[in-house]
Design a protein around this ligand. Structure first.
Ligand SMILES: Cc1ncc(COP(=O)(O)O)c(C=O)c1O
Length: 481
């Protein structure tokens, strides 16, 4: 009768549930008499009231009948309950829709594991100015009171949309008004919305090759056909766009390509804009971590260069602030705002008002700018340290491709070790690396791994590299890739 899930319940409720379970299992069959309440109370060492309360509840639910003189019997109705298998059946694979099966086959974007060495795309959160955040949140609660606890508009709250519009116009060269900003939970949500609202299943979308896996998964889950376009040091090779006659959209990370770190040249940006205008196609611009550029200012975004309003700009606070905030946004061509907002409202309604209002104040007060400036210096130092540590301890295995920005570094293999061997040895040592091959679709790309550096202190980076070096020393080398 003892079910640990019931241990927080009062005694009579535990007794009632235990007896009910015995009836459902068939152990107490219909027509069986239950012990007299006094006798059961004595044998269980509980009060008679406890047993009486349990019996009364079972009676009210129709599980037992009670008659003066003949005591309590398991009700005849129990016979009509569907028979339960004696042993718990193995978890059956549920019948999923084709879409459900496709989503399952893709797998999710991230496993939210505790921080591991070299995890990519994760910022340092341990020096986030929590006291400032807390002060601003208190201000919001004081000013808005219970209104901050209510539902709010699906498009996002005006103070935050205004702050985002000002920020992207000033810092990213976007053309944005608050009316064009749709506040979301994440860039991942933006990618899913674009896939669902702009294209039909079976239609083609051009993607970078290699590409951010979260984008490819969102597009494929929506039934789109991803057409990989090769890259070089200047980003996507746009001459290939002309060949893709039926593509309805192109996905780009122009300021800092994921995972290579390449910046799309101005000439190519203009070519993509011309292509989109000519084909009436969409440009989906994911500007996920452009704040962290370590040599001069990052290039202005494509959206600001596009006079034809074919570009959807996606931004997130997961990198510039902290991923647990769950706030991202799109800057949309005005013609798309209603449809995107409606689609978003069907997914999750809206983003949390308290977080939106606090963030608006954080941005307006200059704290976002200050935090980014601090973190830019921290990350640049960590990037350089990781490159140096890799050359010192793993120079025979990995060749770091030091990026001009971002939070992770692509490293090419330079020894006899295959990507799979490296990943297996790293995983065994509890180190999170992403294989570059897993991000490639068509074109051959040098084998290698992606290593995050932003979330680790210098000491942690050093310990991680040494741990990886040890893990590789203790595995036998072989030459197959
Ligand atoms: C290229 C790219 N876009 C988007 C994201 C996801 O950001 P969000 O947490 O806002 O979904 C990531 C995260 O790693 C990324 O690397």
């Amino acid at each position: 009768m003892a079910d640990p899930a019931h241990s927080a319940l009062p005694l009579h409720a535990r007794l009632q549930r235990g007896l009910r379970q015995l009836m459902l299992d068939g152990t107490l069959a219909a027509g069986r008499p239950l012990p007299a309440s006094r006798a059961l109370a004595q044998s269980l060492g509980v009060s008679r009231d406890t047993v009486e309360t349990a019996y009364s509840q079972l009676h009210a639910e129709g599980f037992i009948t009670r008659r003066v003189g003949s005591g309590s019997l398991v009700s005849e109705q129990v016979r009509r309950l569907p028979a339960r298998p004696a042993a718990k059946p193995q978890a059956a694979v549920p019948q999923l829709s084709r879409r459900g099966q496709a989503v399952l086959a893709q797998g999710g974007v991230r496993d939210f594991e505790p921080p591991q060495a070299f995890v990519a795309g994760v910022p340092e959160t341990r020096n986030f100015p929590l006291h400032t955040w807390e002060r601003l949140q208190r201000q919001v609660l004081k000013e808005y009171g219970h209104r901050a606890l209510l539902h709010s508009p699906a498009q996002g709250l005006l103070p935050l949309r205004q702050a985002i519009a000002d920020y992207v116009s000033l810092e990213r060269g976007a053309r944005a008004t608050p009316e064009q900003v749709l506040v979301l939970t994440s860039s991942q949500q933006a990618l899913s919305l674009c896939a669902q609202v702009l294209l039909d299943p079976g239609e083609q979308i051009l993607i970078e090759d290699p590409v951010y896996h979260g984008a490819r998964k969102a597009f494929e889950a929506a039934g789109l056909v991803c057409q990989p376009v090769p890259l070089d040091a200047d980003g996507m090779q746009v001459q290939h766009l002309a060949k893709a006659s039926s593509a309805r959209a192109v996905f780009l990370t122009p300021s800092h390509q994921y995972p290579t770190g390449a910046t799309l040249s101005l000439q190519r940006r203009l070519a993509v804009i011309a292509w989109a205008q000519q084909r009436q196609a969409w440009i989906i611009e994911d500007d996920y971590d452009s704040e962290f550029h370590y040599a001069g200012k990052p290039t202005a975004c494509v959206q600001g260069l596009d006079p034809h309003e074919r570009t959807i700009y996606i931004g997130t606070f997961s990198k510039s602030l902290f991923p647990g905030l769950r706030l991202g946004y799109m800057v949309l061509p005005p013609a798309l705002m209603v449809s995107m907002t409606v689609a978003r409202s069907l997914q999750d309604g809206h983003s949390a008002a308290l977080a939106q209002l606090t963030l608006a104040r954080f941005i307006e007060g200059g704290h976002l700018g200050a935090h980014i400036r601090t973190m830019r210096a921290v990350y640049a130092q960590r990037r350089d340290l990781l490159a140096q540590l890799l050359r010192t301890h793993l120079g025979h295995v990995l060749e770091p491709q030091v990026p001009a920005g971002g939070m992770q570094m692509a490293c090419h293999l330079c020894g006899p070790l295959s990507e799979t061997q490296l990943l297996t040895a790293a995983a065994r040592a509890g180190i999170a690396l992403i294989g570059l091959s897993s991000l490639c679709s068509g074109t051959a790309h040098p084998p290698g791994v992606l290593m995050g550096f932003a979330a680790h202190t210098p000491m942690e980076l050093e310990a991680g590299v040494q741990q990886l070096a040890r893990a590789l020393r203790t595995r036998p080398l072989s030459t197959n890739r």
